[in-house]
Design a protein. Structure first.
Length: 252
């Protein structure tokens, strides 16, 4: 039985990952920054026992310490870290360079970098050192994005932070391998979550589904299944990889 911290697991992809890991017998720390009610729903949906809930906004460095300390105090260890928490693209934070204001550009970049890249790197550093101290190896998986490779015209900061996160994962794969810690990333395309429901049901839906020759978008469970493999003992040789999970909608 392993222990896992899944950031941003109050709903969507993070919830599916927490549920999948719990079903295979892992004890899971569910994390949220603000939506406590949704996180409690995730917690109550997990199979098995011994799970916990941790709260903290990754945009502040002190919160990363609090999250890790809280998870370790309840679980006793962290064998698996899944970096899923992020400021995601939305119509409200769109910042296309040829239409946005300078003030909104600054705000969008500052918020996304502080959470998606710096906050995640702070948390990862703390968990990696915890894993090293435990001396039993471990697995770290970053949830990146197809947008890191193909670009995001409406949300360049999001694409840049996801590219940075995936590059960070490869650097850490080199540094942490001597400690038996594997580091990988998953780069999903469009995933059908609550956050994307309105877009997929609207005028853009058919075009978005048509990006894949399968004629659909991915599911949160498909991302979770990929994470389950990458955090299994048999996947250690995949360390350093960035797994494209986009239904053949983009090649690199």
């Amino acid at each position: 039985m392993a222990t896992a911290l899944v950031t941003g697991s109050s709903r969507g992809i993070g919830r599916a990952i927490a549920q999948t890991l719990a079903r295979r017998g892992d004890r899971v720390a569910v994390h949220c920054s603000a939506d406590l009610a949704a996180a409690e729903e995730t917690l109550s949906s997990l199979a098995g026992t011994g799970h916990t809930l941790v709260v903290g906004d990754l945009s502040g460095p002190a919160a990363a310490e609090q999250i890790v300390d809280s998870a370790v105090s309840t679980l006793g260890s962290i064998d698996i870290l899944v970096n899923n928490a992020a400021i995601a693209p939305s119509s409200a934070n769109a910042h296309r360079i040829d239409t946005t204001t300078y003030a909104h550009w600054q705000e969008s970049w500052s918020r996304m970098v502080s959470v998606n890249l710096i906050g995640t790197s702070n948390l990862t550093m703390l968990v990696a050192q915890q894993m090293i101290a435990q001396g039993t190896g471990g697995a770290i998986v970053n949830i990146g994005s197809r947008g890191a490779f193909r670009g995001e015209a409406e949300h360049p900061a999001y694409a840049a932070t996801k590219a940075g996160l995936q590059a960070l994962g490869q650097s850490l794969a080199l540094a942490l391998a001597p400690h038996g810690i594997a580091v990988t990333s998953v780069a999903p395309g469009m995933i059908a979550t609550e956050r994307q429901a309105e877009k997929l049901a609207g005028a853009q839906g058919e075009s978005i589904r048509g990006q894949s020759p399968f004629g659909r978008v991915g599911t949160a469970c498909e991302v979770a299944d990929a994470v389950a493999y990458l955090t299994s003992p048999g996947a250690v040789w995949a360390s350093g990889t960035v797994l494209d999970l986009n239904g053949a909608s983009y090649f690199r």
